[in-house]
Design a protein around this ligand. Structure first.
Ligand SMILES: NC(=O)c1ccc[n+]([C@@H]2O[C@H](COP(=O)([O-])OP(=O)(O)OC[C@H]3O[C@@H](n4cnc5c(N)ncnc54)[C@H](OP(=O)(O)O)[C@@H]3O)[C@@H](O)[C@H]2O)c1
Length: 275
């Protein structure tokens, strides 16, 4: 019997991360979901693999689906102890071969808005959640995967999630674009450094995907974004994103690169919304 492989999916309780978790589960890998909201985690496990219950050996409120085919660990990517708990859970269930970082928060705020300058605290929060959180997971997960026996020519793969905002951030996206630009910029140095441990690092930059995060965007703003659609003339389905991640995990020649999955969208300035 081949050993069980596990994958940590941060933000695996919703949207793009949940779609990745479903693909992993279907391919026989145990997805370990990390997210802050326990109810969302429970609902995600139930949607993936039936009713969730407490994990037998977990120290904190770790949940697992029947047969341990999917696991949820409550926690925040910016907190080392939480990420460590998720990695421990992944290693209890098998060999950690992949990390897919989907945890992230959107943010829109003008540098100089009607009520004054951009909140500096909010800028720092967005960069902390999206960039520092991603790096926190990368560093802790890479240390674990570096101790794996190689499977074929590698020990593990890390996939991070950026955004088109890293390349063509709109007016109002300074904080979000800075956070995602950092994810893109660290991809190559991470891949170079972790090559010695036989670990690949790849970033995926999604365009517009229909997820719960986007449902919160006002209809007028969504209609404005619709103008940038090219082909296919629709928003992406989360499984379109998950299909690319699955390919990246399988293809050993993809490394140190950021791949756009956007249907040729190039975001406009966003200045029309100002009118
Ligand atoms: N949807 C799009 O069109 C789009 C486009 C470009 C980029 N992206 C990026 O893709 C990623 C996924 O987005 P999505 O649309 O799938 O959003 P989503 O449905 O809101 O999912 C975000 C996930 O991240 C988790 N999360 C957020 N902050 C976290 C933290 N500090 N620690 C742990 N988990 C955290 C959330 O769970 P909790 O809140 O319970 O923690 C949730 O599971 C994000 O990085 C986003 O920036 C999305």
């Amino acid at each position: 019997m081949s050993p069980t492989t596990t994958a940590l999916v941060t933000g695996g309780t919703s949207g793009l991360g949940l779609a990745v978790a479903a693909r992993l589960l279907a391919s026989g890998t145990v997805p370990v979901l990390l997210g802050r909201d326990e109810e969302r985690g429970r609902a995600a496990l139930e949607s993936l693999d039936g009713r969730a219950g407490p994990e037998s050996s977990g120290g904190r409120a770790v949940l697992e689906s029947p047969g341990g085919r999917a696991v949820f660990v409550p926690g925040d990517v910016t907190r080392p102890d939480d990420v460590t708990a998720a990695l421990d859970a992944a290693e209890r269930h098998g060999t950690l071969r992949a990390v897919v970082n989907c945890a992230g928060v959107p943010h829109a705020e003008r540098v100089v808005g009607r009520s004054g300058p951009h909140s500096l605290d909010r800028f720092a929060e967005v960069v902390t959640a999206n960039l520092v959180g991603t790096f926190n997971v990368v560093r802790l997960a890479a240390a674990r995967m570096a101790a794996n026996e190689p499977a074929g020519e590698e020990r593990g793969v890390i996939v991070n999630t950026a955004s088109l905002a890293a390349f063509e951030g709109q007016a109002g996206q300074a904080a979000y674009a800075a956070s995602k630009g950092g994810v893109v910029a660290m991809t190559l140095p991470l891949a170079r450094e972790l090559a010695g441990s036989l670990i690949r690092v790849v970033t995926v930059a999604p365009g517009f995907f229909t997820t719960p995060a986007v449902a919160a965007v006002p209809a007028a703003a969504r209609a404005e974004l619709d103008r940038d659609l090219v082909h296919p003339h629709r928003w992406g389905d989360p499984d379109d994103f998950a299909a690319l991640v699955a390919h990246v995990l399988d293809n050993p020649m993809i490394n140190g690169e950021t791949i756009r999955v956007d249907g040729a969208v190039r975001m406009s300035s966003g200045l029309r919304r100002r009118a």
